[in-house]
Ligand binder design. Sequence first.
Ligand code: HEC
Length: 417
Amino acid sequence: MWTYFAEWLSFGVRWVHVITAIAWVGSSFYFIALDLGLRRPRQLPEGVGGEAWQVHGGGFYHVQKYMVAPPHMPEDLTWFKWESYSTWLSGAALLFLVYYVGAELYLIDPTKADLPVWGATAIGIGGLALGWIVYDGLCKSPLKNNDTALLAALFVYVVAASFLFSQVFSGRGAMLHTGAMIATIMTANVFLTIIPNQTIVVSDLKAGRTPEARLGKEAKQRSLHNNYLTLPVIFLMLSNHYPLAFATEWNWAIAGLVLLIGAVIRHFFNTMHATGQQLWWCWAVAGVLFAVVITLSGAPGWRGGQAAEARTLQGDPAVALMASPLMSDVESIVLSRCSMCHAAEPLWPGIGHAPKDIRLESRDDIIHYAALIDRQAVRSVAMPPGNVTGLEPAERETLARWIAAGSGRYVAEARAP
Ligand code: HEC
């Protein structure tokens, strides 16, 4: 039962996460474009710095921006913050479900660091918290007076963090934690700087005080960072579905290049919205950088590219699975029905890399991925795709009976007869 429930829970949380992220990114793109597109075509009311006319959904909108605040604070002021908070909360839930509950499958790579589950989880959560603390420190350092120097320092910082994650976690775990660290910085910017500063400004104005200029300046700088981080964070979140992006020793360098690609594409749109000018060179630069990403993903590793060693699992469930009298049947089923695709060097035409980096070439591999085999080939008929290799119903039955021989996490309870 748990397997079904866990799978649906994960799908449900992911559904929420994607929706909230669309809402956040959408409203953020909208406000950036609106802000940059404000014009002063004529005498505007006092305090109004610019206005925009827009047409959408059968009506016309006339928006005016008060640079500091309107003379009278409106009763019903709409704040934009829950888009961000709900994206972070749903993302944290998903991170927990996929990478911490499933740490052995997705986060821990014993060839890099043979961490216990609690240790990997602690490094993950600690990394996200530290990620924000160091970022916030950089933003408060003397660098704060120079936007470009600060952005350059942040770039180096994020690439360094990505490198460190890639030294202790699996490839996908490292890419995802780099993304989660950036996303945490972005939401913390909203939660701990932008909204609190704006709240002080509003209450100052209501009380007739002049708000400190610093508050607005700080919020604007954080907002600028969020603007440039949006595109890379989406790449990093999606990267765990593409082994070519994560299953390479260069994944941290790919993360760095993607930060640059995201920034240069945002620069194109920011400039276009502000001045109407289209800087096509931005796309050329993005294209070249993307070509470097593609090349790097296939390049030999910087450590000499040793192949990942066979995985060995310890613990009772693994022992039970290994000791099962069905083990050798299961091995020959998997080797004859799955390994042509799921191998370091797949034989199946058109498959250049083990799909999802899942290699099923030895008993250890098979035991390591028992829960996924259960999900993909026993409880569902997702694998082999289109049953191209002709997995027989009796063979699925054997897989099911073998899995029932384990216990705990690796096993999903025996299927009902
Ligand atoms: C013809 C090639 C091929 C064969 C044979 C094959 N697979 Fe796959 N497998 C794929 C592809 C392609 C994907 C990636 C699917 C996707 O992107 O959603 C995949 C994905 C998977 C995944 C990861 C699913 C996920 O999203 O987490 C598992 C587990 C898996 N296969 C197990 C098996 C098992 C077990 C067998 C044998 C019974 C098998 N596969 C046979 C091509 C194959």
